[in-house]
Design a protein around this ligand. Structure first.
Ligand code: ATP
Ligand code: MG
Length: 580
């Protein structure tokens, strides 16, 4: 490919609304353009990378025995209505009406559609197992599209669905997909972790996410420093702390303390000179129509997903200051569990605070010497986020918090959808049994962003070889016949070896070309000019070794073979790159 004929509109500056590194670099390097909020066009180079991502995914899924098909994106409402997700999905579902007034939506995920196909086409145990997948555009009206391709409203997903005769077989299908996913992310050179996850609106009995570890990640996860335990903060647990301090029978009587203007925990702690770990932080939430008080230790944070799970509801939200006032009779900052008129949920590590301080449900007052079991009751549950240094629930070593980008998510669904939609097969005895399902997603377009988040430096993108739009960038410096000839010859030789080469034949200064080369992120950079020819051939530089400023002169005759070998080396899958 010749640069002068390509469409690679690089930019000096990123548009001001670009929020993440990948967003900035993909726009600046001419891989993508914004069309609307959370809606992007993939330019030729962006599409090339997407196709490579897809190729790796298809390759590993095909090897795992999955079969590709393609379902529609425009869907009649009846299938989501059948499982209740037409309502449950809420505003995230992009709904539309056809000319006759019929209800339709754009597919955010396809469990119902594939289950409908399965109930019609899978009839007997002889048809099992089946694993069906597609690479398709999905639509979710995300409340906060962000980070460019990381969270779009239109995005590309690979979604797969497995159908098995029983739980045991389904667990085998799940394990095979888990292994295929690991190979996919290893081939892309990711530093990632497989973490336990919340099933969310998709549901099921077991689910794991593949989290690419980057500081800019939207998700938080906790991982053990010693063993493979890792979990999204939404489900990460840690054994409860041992109880310290006086027994209930020895605790001093409760006392009211005037704390004028000191609502925030850090303020009251400074004012009372008591450690924050003695505080019972109390936050009013709204769950459906109810006010709920969540109580955690002063140094901990309520995890809203865990709180919702403890309450058995889909979601909770923090009460507004008016709602707090109505629920507690006091200003924000003075809520507490003693005498609270609604449901109280107490984190296990707040329940074991033996001599607590908490809001008095009266503006400007706190209570001293408060303990769960004597001064208040409530549901004790794990409702806080784990923190750095908490103990691993599996091995007892320390947990560490990381940030990540969820690039894949797998679910063991059981019969959630097949039961709701009556998808059954006949077993060996001719008895009807529900199909047991799994579902598996990979964010194809999110991967484009995640790759850049993990593979870049101050000058631009540094693609891993397996997904780079070109393997070789070849700069031609000057238009002397000898230079043009040598460039054309090397281009032909490389392409004959099956390599993808971007020849920078633009009439630009070398500095401009090298800046663009760094921005685009092609792994191998070759330069041919009068100087390199005088020095004996072509100059070779690795994009990733930038800091070392290493260049090497390779004889023209030997260049193609050497480059070919370098590319092959880089494509060999590393033994295991899952983060330890
Ligand atoms: P998130 O928690 O990030 O919103 P999710 O858990 O809702 O994602 P899944 O339903 O598990 O997403 O979808 C499977 C995969 O699709 C995700 O692991 C992610 O890689 C990708 N994905 C989901 N939502 C988006 C989006 N809005 N934009 C781009 N990719 C997405
Ligand atoms: Mg998910």
């Amino acid at each position: 490919m010749r640069y002068a004929r390509a469409l690679i509109p690089t930019l000096k500056e990123a548009p001001s609304d670009a929020t993440s590194v990948s967003h900035v670099l993909l726009l600046r390097a001419g891989y993508a353009r914004r069309v609307g909020a959370g809606i992007y066009a993939y330019l030729p180079l962006g599409l090339k990378v997407l196709r490579k991502i897809e190729r790796i995914v298809r390759d590993e899924l095909d090897k795992a025995g999955a079969l590709e098909l393609l379902l529609p994106a425009l869907l009649p409402a009846e299938f989501f209505q059948e499982t209740g997700r037409w309502d449950a999905y809420g505003d995230v579902l992009l709904r539309l009406k056809d000319r006759k007034g019929g209800d339709y939506h754009l597919g955010p995920t396809h469990e119902e559609i594939i289950t409908d196909l399965a109930r019609r086409e899978i009839k007997s145990y002889r048809d099992l197992p089946k694993n069906l997948y597609q690479v398709q555009t999905k639509f979710r009206d995300e409340p906060r599209p962000r980070g460019g391709l990381l969270r779009g409203r239109e995005f590309i997903m690979k979604d797969a669905y497995s159908f098995d005769a029983n739980e045991e077989r389904a667990a085998e299908s799940y394990a095979a997909m888990r292994a295929a996913y690991q190979r996919v992310f290893e081939r892309m050179g990711f530093h990632y972790r497989v973490v336990n996850a919340d099933g969310g609106s998709i549901g099921g009995s077991r689910s794991e996410e593949f989290q690419v570890l980057v500081q800019s990640g939207e998700d938080q996860l906790a991982a053990c420093l010693q063993c493979p335990y890792a979990a999204n903060l939404e489900v990460a647990t840690s054994p409860p702390y041992p109880r310290r301090g006086p027994a209930l029978s020895e605790l001093l009587p409760r006392e009211k303390l005037h704390t004028p203007g000191h609502g925030a925990i850090s303020d009251v702690a400074a004012f009372t000179q008591l450690p924050v770990t003695q505080f019972l932080k109390s936050l009013v939430y709204v769950a459906g129509k109810d006010s709920v008080l969540a109580v955690v230790r002063g140094d901990h944070e309520v995890n809203e997903i865990k709180l919702a799970r403890a309450l058995g509801v889909d979601e909770v939200r923090l009460a507004t200051s008016d709602e707090v006032r109505r629920a507690t009779g006091a200003a924000v900052g003075f809520a507490g569990p003693v005498g609270f008129a609604g449901k109280v949920v107490v984190d296990r590590d707040a329940a074991s605070v033996s001599d607590g301080v908490t809001g008095a449900n009266e503006t400007d007052y706190h209570l001293l010497h408060v303990a769960y079991g004597r001064d208040f009751d409530g549901l004790a549950a794990d409702i806080r986020s784990v923190v750095d240094g908490d103990l691993c629930p599996e091995c007892g070593a320390s947990l560490k918090l990381y940030r990540g980008i969820e690039v894949g998510h797998i679910f063991l669904l059981g019969t959630k959808y097949s039961a709701a939609m009556n998808a059954v097969y006949l077993d060996e005895k001719g008895v009807q049994q529900p199909l047991v399902m799994g579902c598996y997603g990979i964010g194809i377009s999110r991967l484009l962003g995640a790759l850049v988040e993990q593979h870049h430096d101050q000058d631009g993108i540094a693609w891993p070889m397996s997904v780079a739009p070109f393997q070789v960038y070849l700069a031609q410096l000057g238009s002397e016949p000898a230079v043009a000839l040598a460039t054309a010859r090397l281009e032909t030789e490389l392409e004959r070896l099956g390599l993808e080469v971007l020849v920078d034949d633009r009439e630009e200064r070398p500095g401009v070309k090298f800046k663009d080369a760094d921005l685009l992120g092609v792994p191998l950079r070759l330069t041919i000019g009068k100087k390199s020819l005088e020095n004996g051939g072509v100059e070779l530089k690795l994009r990733r070794n930038k800091d070392q400023k290493q260049t090497e002169i390779v004889a023209l005759d030997a260049a193609a073979a050497k480059i070919f070998e370098l590319v092959q080396q880089a494509l060999r899958v590393p033994a295991a790159s899952e983060a330890a």
